[in-house]
Write a protein that binds this ligand. Structure first.
Ligand code: GDP
Ligand code: MG
Length: 161
């Protein structure tokens, strides 16, 4: 946690963001990282990986009975994924707003899905949908040793500390 976390509630929050295989293939990794950096969030974990069936089955456990589930797992295993952990005030809610509607055809322009995708089956990015889910997803995708807590030099310009 940043040192000012006692002064500003909620800055300790973390979320799991993943650029899905379509986003990686379409060279959107840099653009997506840029948006989170520019918003003011701090990158605390980052890796490129080929997701195993085990991690994907766990990640999408709640959707296992949906008709699109087998295709979803094939899609998510079709190439490398960039998994990231971002930290900052209210990052779970804010990043869901930055990502936009699950259905890309409904996602507003200005959101990541609304700017870079057209169909729900290839919606470019994952973002945790609650603080509790974020904690579970972060521990699924990252070992604790892969996450770095660090003080960024812009903190007094992002928060009243
Ligand atoms: P998210 O939290 O916005 O990613 O949405 P959900 O947790 O509801 O669903 C997880 C992922 O499953 C979505 O991001 C899509 O990749 C996929 N998905 C959800 N609903 C559908 C659907 O109706 N059709 C297809 N093809 N994929 C879906
Ligand atoms: Mg979800």
């Amino acid at each position: 946690c940043p040192f000012y976390s006692s002064a500003v509630a909620g800055v300790c929050e973390r979320t799991l963001i993943a650029v899905k295989p379509d986003g990686v293939q379409r060279k959107l990794v840099g653009e997506i990282i840029k948006r989170f950096e520019q918003r003011g969030f701090t990158l605390v974990g980052l890796k490129l990986l080929q997701a195993s069936e085990g991690i994907l089955a766990e990640h999408y456990h709640d959707l296992r009975r949906k008709p699109f589930y087998p295709a979803l797992l094939r899609y998510m295993a079709s190439g490398p994924v960039v998994a990231m952990v971002w930290e900052g005030h209210n990052v779970v809610r804010t990043s869901r707003a930055m990502v936009g509607d699950t259905d890309s055809s409904q996602a507003k322009p200005g959101t990541i899905r609304g700017d870079f995708s057209v169909h729900i089956s290839r919606n470019v990015i994952h973002a945790s949908d609650s603080v509790e889910v974020a904690e579970r997803e972060i521990s699924l995708w990252f070992h604790s040793g892969e996450l770095i807590s660090w003080e960024t030099s812009d903190q007094s310009h992002l928060y009243q500390v």
